[in-house]
Write a protein that binds this ligand. Sequence first.
Ligand SMILES: [Zn+2]
Length: 273
Amino acid sequence: MIAFFFVLVFFVGASVGSFLNVCIARWPAEQSVVRPRSRCPRCGGGIAWYDNVPVVSWFVLRAKCRSCGLPISSIYPIVEALVGLAWVASVWWFGPGFIALRVAVFATILFGIAVTDAKHYLIPDGFTITGLVFGGMTSLIGAWLMVQDPFASPVDAVFGACVGAGAVTIIGWLGEVALKKEAMGFGDTTLMAMVGVALGPSRALLTIFVGAFFAAAAFLLVVYPVGFLRARTRGETFETPLVPFGVFLAPAALFTLLFGSSLIGWYLDRVIG
Ligand SMILES: [Zn+2]
């Protein structure tokens, strides 16, 4: 019975992941996510509902479009499976209910932001506005239901939006002066407003630190060594690649939502007190 319930949660999450694929593909191109219905990006053929079952259809179709027979990217079922697993993890961790739903939706939107920012160097307003509206509304409902933890209270949500958006804008502005090129886009500002609504002011600031730490770790451990070795084997000169900050801010926000308070507590105990 429990297993069946979690399979159900997985498919609800994977279906949301399926819609997330549509948002990731269409929002950067400024297309509607509602119309037209899902179609094959190669031949434009419509996709019937039975060929659009999250994760399962990709395997049933053996990764090939039914109309044109050309391959379907494995990115689609991977995104669906990851979102499905995130929803299962959220329900497992918080128990079925309002908080699990909030965490799952927040994580899904952040995932969409990280993928789009990595692929297109932009954060569509569709994600951040949805996150802002969802965060604001659920904060009010949470206050009314008196279940809020780990999310911020409505008052903290308003402060958090201002502090998060303000701080990342100032940092981007300083970066621009220091690097003499655009360090952050407006997408990072709206992203941090959305994060601030969910986390409140102090954890919004912590998100920026954690994001910078993730970015530094990724560059030192992966981006530099891999890029350097690849350039070396090809006899090219190594150029520092540009990785947008939103790619790191998004997972940092989820990490800080789940562990930020313990991290702040630990810091206050060890370092100050
Ligand atoms: Zn096709």
